[in-house]
Design a protein around this ligand. Structure first.
Ligand SMILES: NC(=O)C1=CN([C@@H]2O[C@H](COP(=O)(O)OP(=O)(O)OC[C@H]3O[C@@H](n4cnc5c(N)ncnc54)[C@H](OP(=O)(O)O)[C@@H]3O)[C@@H](O)[C@H]2O)C=CC1
Ligand SMILES: O=C(O)[C@@H]1CCC=N1
Length: 270
């Protein structure tokens, strides 16, 4: 399977790196990237062909992944409008709706919306997928194969749910990194040096996530097992509750989902 990425920034690099690490042949992966520095990095890091514009060789692919920023997508696809034939086009752009992307591509509807996340770089991503009704089973399978190479995948029943996936798992790694930053800073405030506080924070998140993933129990049950009556964890959780931690998370995720919808509505008017 030949895969071309239109846009070779952060997310494309995470996906390309993941694909190559998982055994996809670098010769079958291409990237179209405006910045010369970005192209040089993709070529040297992953051995893929990186070009400045979508030439015939880059267009001759089975799956074309649209990996530019939502605000850049309409202009980025303009040169290929009306030139697509059988390629499955997978947009990973936040918010943008298939109907608008299809229109910008010159009424081309072999389209899939996908929302991956950056842990794809180490094969630990999670991607939500939604396909236009006209995409064949083989087209869906091709899109899924690309994203499944870099982590797990879930298909959603309605396109609007991709904005929810974006808010929970697309943006989610940033929330977790932010929690790690905060836990590290809290450790430093207790007198640990930076390296020790970072290790305590990262290994805790890693271990807890692994335990939650490997366990049949709900995360709430695992939380209760840490929480001795009248103990230290109970003191911390009472402080979280008093500060409204669950509502803080719910509001943040709702803000991300609303921003996705807003981006789709705003940019789709064009
Ligand atoms: N980062 C993440 O965690 C995730 C991002 N996404 C989605 O992925 C997409 C890309 O995000 P991200 O990788 O973070 O963004 P980046 O800005 O890092 O990457 C986009 C790249 O595309 C380049 N570009 C812009 N226009 C063109 C063009 N016409 N032809 C070729 N290349 C072009 C940009 O160059 P220049 O910088 O010069 O403009 C930039 O290098 C977005 O739509 C985002 O919503 C989805 C899931 C997770
Ligand atoms: O912040 C963003 O808009 C993109 C989409 C999901 C992660 N990054």
């Amino acid at each position: 399977m030949k895969i071309t990425f239109l846009g070779g920034g952060n997310m494309a690099a995470a996906l390309i790196g993941g694909l190559v690490k998982q055994g996809f042949k670098a010769a079958d992966v291409q990237a179209v990237e405006l910045s010369a520095e970005g192209r040089a990095k993709l070529e040297s890091q992953f051995g893929v062909r990186a070009v400045e514009s979508l030439d015939e060789q880059a267009l001759a692919c089975d799956v074309l992944v649209l990996a530019v920023k939502p605000q850049q997508l309409k202009a980025a696809v303009a040169p290929i409008a009306g030139r697509l034939t059988t390629q499955v086009v997978v947009s990973i752009a936040a918010g943008l709706r298939l109907v608008d992307i299809g229109r910008w591509l010159g009424d081309y509807h072999t389209l899939v919306r996908a929302m991956p996340n950056t842990p794809a770089l180490i094969g630990a991503g999670i991607t939500g997928l939604f396909a236009d009704a006209s995409v064949s089973a083989a087209g869906r399978a091709a899109a899924e194969q690309v994203l499944a190479a870099v982590g797990s995948t879930v298909w959603v029943a309605e396109e609007a749910q991709i904005d929810g996936v974006t808010a929970v798992s697309g943006s989610g790694p940033a929330y977790v990194f932010h929690f790690i930053e905060c836990l590290q800073a809290a450790g430093e405030s207790l007198g640990f040096d930076e390296a020790t506080a970072r290790k305590l924070a990262i290994d805790t998140v890693l271990g807890a996530a692994k335990l939650a993933a490997d366990s049949d129990e709900a995360p709430g049950v695992l939380r209760e097992r840490v929480t001795s009556k009248g103990g230290t964890t109970a003191a911390a959780l009472a402080s979280f509750a008093a500060d409204g931690f669950p509502a803080i998370v719910t509001r943040a995720v709702a803000a991300a989902e609303a921003r996705g919808r807003e981006l789709g509505e705003q940019l789709g008017r064009d």
